[in-house]
Design a protein around this ligand. Structure first.
Ligand code: NAD
Length: 343
């Protein structure tokens, strides 16, 4: 297949080359897909994208006009793709339904530790040879209640780690899994009211957009720790900032941000004007922001690239992708309950 892969970073190249074994003719582009860069798809069969590429309807229509038949995203989430437009134009879609959930789960818990034990501050002080303990007071995770919203692959993996720390686990999911050992099922309100730590692992869907807003925050415990390694759109950032300033939210760890497109994955340190909402959030002492890096482990990259190449292989052989047929894109919209299967 002739393929163009967008938003390719240097660290991905060797993984992609190893997975591809020269089977497909893949052009690597570091820029994200957009109306400005869509012309690089001319003459190709498929495009490979990532979470912050613009795969909105206008871009999808342009791709279809150019004869693109397939779009494969190197992610679990598919919220960046206009699935309806792709379905209308007969473009087949595939994602990477599961890859190393531990990568994201471990990053989530790493954020929780860094926030709780003030690791960033301690290291900043240590760099100045300042070894005093002021401002470094933490709490034990053992015995605390952790509420997991979205008990899919990543939610369950995160729960397992917190369980190992001696936490009490409660979970909310529109389709609560049969195999959720040690996790007590709760309604969303119960979870918000009881949790010392709330961790978000549901996909971004119309029903989960701004799941965390001033109303849901008002139900939370004072000083709660909120973690989001899912998608930025689950959290109303302005409401969250207000709650941080009031002390309602005690700690915030986010790997994703609702306006991260065009911002994350690139160095914006010398921009004159910086995203004011994010700038104010980062300025808070009890906030940790990472640049959508939870997936970034060797194991995850290997699985992502291998599955992406497998998706291309199967399309080339005119076979269905994964455990569901990618040809039936329009049959799987909307996927309010579960988006784990290939789209
Ligand atoms: P998954 O499909 O296995 O699990 C998602 C779970 O959310 C499912 O059990 C589903 O029933 C549940 N859900 C759906 N709608 C819900 C709602 N309204 N309320 C509560 N639960 C709901 O997906 P996963 O592999 O666990 O990934 C979860 C999300 O993590 C992805 O959608 C993606 O957005 C995000 N993600 C982030 C990174 C990162 O690097 N930060 C990497 C991979 C995935």
């Amino acid at each position: 297949m002739k393929v163009v892969a967008y938003s390719i970073k240097n660290f991905e190249k060797e993984f992609l080359a190893r997975a591809n074994q020269k089977k497909h003719d893949i052009t690597l582009i570091s820029n994200p897909l957009s109306l400005k860069t869509v012309m690089y798809a001319e003459g190709k069969d498929a495009v490979v994208v990532f979470t912050n590429d613009d795969v909105s309807a206008p871009v999808v229509h342009k791709l279809a006009d150019m004869g693109i038949k397939y779009i494969a995203t190197r992610s679990v989430g598919t919220d960046h793709i206009d699935k309806q437009a792709a379905g209308e134009r007969g473009i087949k879609l595939a994602n990477v339904p599961v890859y190393s959930p531990q990568a994201i789960a471990e990053h989530t818990v790493a954020m929780a530790f860094a926030l709780n034990r003030q690791l960033i501050l301690a290291n900043k002080h240590a760099n100045n040879f300042d070894f005093k303990l002021d401002g470094l007071l933490g709490f034990n995770f053992s015995g605390k209640t952790v509420g997991i919203i979205g008990l899919g692959h990543i939610g369950l993996a995160t729960a397992a780690i917190f369980k190992g720390l001696g936490c009490r686990l409660i979970g909310y999911d529109v389709a609560f899994p049969a195999n959720a050992p040690g996790i007590t099922q709760a309604s969303l309100n119960e979870l918000l009211q009881q949790s010392d730590i709330v961790s978000l692992h549901a996909p971004l869907l119309p029903s989960t957009k701004y799941l965390i807003n001033k109303n849901s925050i008002s139900l939370m415990k004072d000083g709660v720790m909120l973690l989001n390694t899912s998608r930025g759109g689950l959290v109303n950032t302005a409401d969250t900032l207000a709650a941080l300033k009031m002390g309602k939210i005690g700690y915030l760890g986010i790997d994703v941000y609702e306006n991260e497109k065009g911002l994350f994955f690139e160095d914006h340190s010398s921009d004159n004007v910086k995203d004011p909402l994010l700038a104010e959030l980062i300025a808070q002492p009890n906030v940790l922001v990472t640049p959508h890096q939870a997936f970034l482990t060797h194991e995850a990259l290997q699985q992502i690239t291998e599955q992406t190449i497998r998706n291309l292989d199967l399309w080339q052989q005119d076979k269905c992708v994964g455990n569901s047929c990618a040809c039936a894109v329009s049959c799987r919209i909307p996927q309010e309950v579960k988006v784990t299967v290939n789209i």
